[in-house]
Design a protein around this ligand. Structure first.
Ligand SMILES: Nc1nc2c(c(=O)[nH]1)N[C@H]1C(S)=C(S)[C@@H](COP(=O)(O)OP(=O)(O)OC[C@H]3O[C@@H](n4cnc5c(=O)[nH]c(N)nc54)[C@H](O)[C@@H]3O)O[C@H]1N2
Ligand SMILES: Nc1nc2c(c(=O)[nH]1)N[C@H]1C(S)=C(S)[C@@H](COP(=O)(O)OP(=O)(O)OC[C@H]3O[C@@H](n4cnc5c(=O)[nH]c(N)nc54)[C@H](O)[C@@H]3O)O[C@H]1N2
Ligand code: SF4
Ligand SMILES: [Mo]
Length: 695
């Protein structure tokens, strides 16, 4: 038997990395037997992974070989409601190319809207051959604003995205504030380091409307009303300034704008902020004292606090705290947010085609773009690395747009998502186990090489190869160069500093230039033009209708009094792996909200507002904040009882700063449809979220 056949027909392990949209970017050991993936587990290549991974990625073989996997290209025949027919790649890409040309000729190339987000978050599967193709063709551009825009705009404005405190350094902190993040679900490798710090005597504060697992173990849980973080953080600023506890020396040396921040904070006494946020003023006062007194103190700023009308100002006010309190300069002190600013390379280094000045569409406005935009109207939507039918705001608008007879929709995905089910052409994509990628962590400091463990399943092809093929068909590619994963891998690594690329290719992992565990203001400093912290980033003020550090009141009405939040769940990563969910997901509600509505666990309820309604089972959960209900993010349409997800209730208004989505700003009412008797299994599955995890 030839050597490669022996490999294919024996058992082997492959070292690779997880590129899903998760801050941890685990290093993986994949066991392959007879050409099929048998199991996936964590390896020790990446210290932070420490040999274990989440349960959902251990289940990834069920996606690889599951019924939802798209085996080959599909073309719909017979109009919007016609059936899919099996097609060859040649037929499918030929059809797409000819439609792109005819749409451009009739409407202009801006009538084509490419639509993508995280998918596999790797450097190869987005912003390589795809960007080159769409830029050259002159399509509309997409502002990828669905996530992390308010927080990253704040982090950029204040600190130029200075690299943050790494997970392993949490053990040096004496005070940890986990603010709007739920790492027990959304970045599990931070949790043991928080526990280690607590074991060594550190205090833990959690700021979250839900009593998460970490909140249960915290010294103080600030169970604030969603959307009120800005006033809570401003009250801490006011306390620091008014009590003479602000670090004036540090401010004078390293920051601008402290006076203007102080002015805006002046109205937020502890009492007033506590009233708005629905908190016990004494608890808030305790946290203010703890933060002033205890060092090293670190704030883990998550993404839960940005997804509302005040999200950008909330992120600004929270991230400004370590500057005002002077918490930098020691290991375990400062903040952690996203580490994307740590590298020197950007996709523009390898795309090689300048971005045209074509129409820019905010992805949160997909429904509006499909229904309302003219000049030109959107005639073709090309979706990849994304599942907008369930993940974007104002789901009814999005679904109505996708139902347009005169829209030509291409969906390129691994599985038959809710968006793919509405497409005209469906293309099968490889997963990270079938192609190369480069995995750059946004929570930690590493970049890793993801290698194929198996051949592509069915007819699946990688993004790199499909967009390169399409470009050739459109006469855009100069030659056959840059058409395979390996060629593009070399091109991307060729744009990086030689030592970075060399270590990545040789060792499979490389640490960012900040060195992996930087002490803020010692090893790294703000990457703003003058190296200072800009506490009052005036350039943002004109783009912020409410003004910087200003609070916009709660949008609740008598008709829709409850806040709906939809946080990450350990069962899926966004909607990826949602096909593996058993049964309907359940709405979680505090018993105090259920009682006056006459609701109990197991009821089939309808949750509604002016935008839409969702039917699902109900679970009473005392860990929810009264007045706030929760349904997990990332549900597929089959996971509720009427085929709509939380996004049917979420408006496509934008955040105060950055144009982000307001997923946690929905206000709703809930009523019973009927009482259903669930079996014990289903009830225990329902009880496990969005309350808490199973690790
Ligand atoms: N298992 C799993 N992991 C994931 C993901 C996933 O879907 N599943 N998604 C990934 C992605 S794309 C992202 S962006 C990150 C997100 O990860 P996180 O930053 O953890 O964000 P969320 O899960 O949206 O919300 C975190 C917490 O914020 C709380 N929250 C909601 N509204 C507010 C508010 O107004 N203020 C405050 N202080 N808290 C609030 C929620 O109750 C929740 O516990 O996770 C990544 N990791
Ligand atoms: N209600 C509510 N909605 C939310 C949120 C919330 O908090 N609440 N959170 C939001 C957040 S934080 C985010 S980041 C967005 C994410 O929303 P999306 O960007 O839509 O992310 P996914 O749902 O994971 O969809 C990614 C798709 O890409 C596919 N894919 C993966 N790898 C590849 C590849 O290599 N090639 C191709 N062609 N396809 C691939 C996957 O199979 C999957 O179907 O959702 C947002 N939606
Ligand atoms: S999803 Fe996150 S925790 Fe799970 S394997 Fe991937 S990087 Fe690790
Ligand atoms: Mo996200």
């Amino acid at each position: 038997m030839a050597e490669d056949q022996e490999l294919k027909w024996g058992r082997s392990t492959v070292d690779t990395a997880c590129p899903l949209d998760c801050p941890d970017a685990c290093s993986l050991e994949v066991t392959v037997e007879n050409g099929k993936v048998l199991s996936i587990d964590g390896s020790h290549t990446h210290d932070a992974t420490n040999g274990y991974i989440c349960a959902k990625v251990r289940r990834f073989p069920e996606r690889l070989y599951g019924d939802a996997r798209i085996p080959h290209p599909l073309i719909r025949t017979g109009g919007r409601n016609g059936a899919f027919e099996k097609a060859t790649w040649d037929d499918a890409l030929g059809l797409i190319a000819s439609r792109m040309v005819s749409i451009r000729d009739e409407w202009g190339a801006e009538a084509i809207l490419p639509f993508s987000y995280g998918g596999s978050n790797g450097l190869l599967s987005q912003d390589t051959t795809d960007a080159r193709l769409f830029r050259q063709f002159g399509t509309s551009r997409l502002a990828r604003n669905v996530c992390a825009i308010p927080t990253s705009t704040a982090n950029q404005a204040l600190y130029g995205k200075m690299p943050g405190v790494t997970y392993q350094d949490y053990r040096y902190a004496r005070l940890i504030i986990v603010w709007g993040a739920n790492p027990s679900s959304s970045g599990i490798h931070l949790v043991p380091h928080i526990k280690a710090a607590q074991d060594a005597g550190a205090a833990l504060v959690v700021v979250d409307p839900r009593r998460t697992n970490l909140a249960k173990q915290a010294d103080v849980h600030l169970a604030l009303k969603p959307g009120t973080d800005v006033v809570v953080a401003l009250a801490l600023h006011r306390f620091l300034f008014e009590q003479g506890l602000a670090d004036q020396e540090f401010l004078a040396e390293h920051a601008h704008g402290a006076d203007r921040l102080r002015e805006r904070a002046a109205e937020w006494t502890i009492d007033r902020a506590a009233t708005i946020a629905g908190l016990d003023p004494e608890l808030l006062h305790n946290v203010a004292e703890m933060y002033a007194d205890i060092s090293p103190a670190v704030i883990r700023c998550g993404w839960g606090l940005e997804r509302n009308r005040n999200g950008g100002n909330a992120a600004l006010a929270v991230l400004a705290l370590p500057t005002v309190a002077g918490k930098f300069g020691v290991r375990g002190g400062g903040y952690s947010m996203s580490n994307t600013g740590a590298w020197t390379h950007t996709p523009d280094d390898w795309i090689g085609v300048p971005e045209p000045d074509t129409r820019l569409v905010n992805m949160n406005h997909l429904g509006r773009a499909l229904l309302d935009y003219d000049d030109p109207p959107v005639r073709m939507l090309f979706v990849y690395n994304c599942n907008p039918a369930v993940t974007m705001p104002n789901q009814n608008r999005v679904l109505k747009g996708l139902a347009r007879e005169d829209l030509f929709t291409v969906v390129f995905d691994q599985v038959m998502t809710d968006t793919a089910a509405l497409a005209d052409v469906v293309l099968p994509a490889t997963t990270f186990l079938e192609s190369y990628d480069i995995v750059q962590s946004y929570g930690l400091s590493t970049m890793q090489l993801a290698k194929p463990a198996i051949d592509a399943v069915g007819d699946a092809r990688s993004n790199v190869e499909v967009f390169a093929d399409l470009a050739r068909r459109l006469g855009l590619a100069d030659s056959d160069d840059h058409a395979t994963d390996v060629e593009v891998l070399l091109e991307v690594t060729g744009s990086m500093p030689a030592d970075v690329a060399g270590t990545l290719m040789d060792a499979g992992i490389v640490t960012d230039p900040a060195g992996g565990a930087p002490v803020q203001f010692v090893d790294v400093t703000p990457r703003t033009p003058d190296g200072k912290v800009h506490l009052f980033p005036t350039a943002l003020e004109p783009q912020t209708p409410s003004g910087l550090y200003r609070y916009q009141p709660d949008p609740a009405t008598e008709e829709y009094p409850l806040s709906l939040i939809s946080p990450a769940t350990e069962k899926t990563i966004n909607s990826s792996l949602g096909e593996l969910r058993r049964g309907a997901a359940s709405l979680h509600m505090h018993p105090d909200d259920a009682e006056p509505r006459g609701l109990s666990t197991g009821d089939h309820v309808r949750m509604f507002n002016g935008l839409g309604e969702v039917h699902c089972p109900l679970t009473l959960n005392p860990d929810m904040r009264p007045g706030t209900v929760g349904l997990p993010k990332g549900l597929w349409r089959m996971s509720t009882l009427n085929g709509y997800t939380a996004n049917a209730l979420v408006s496509d208004e934008l955040t105060d700063i950055g144009g982000g989505a307001v997923f946690n700003d929905a206000r709703v009412e809930v009523a019973r449809v009927m009482t259903v008797a669930f079996d014990a299994d289903t009830l225990s599955e329902m009880a496990s979220e969005p309350g808490e995890p199973v690790h």
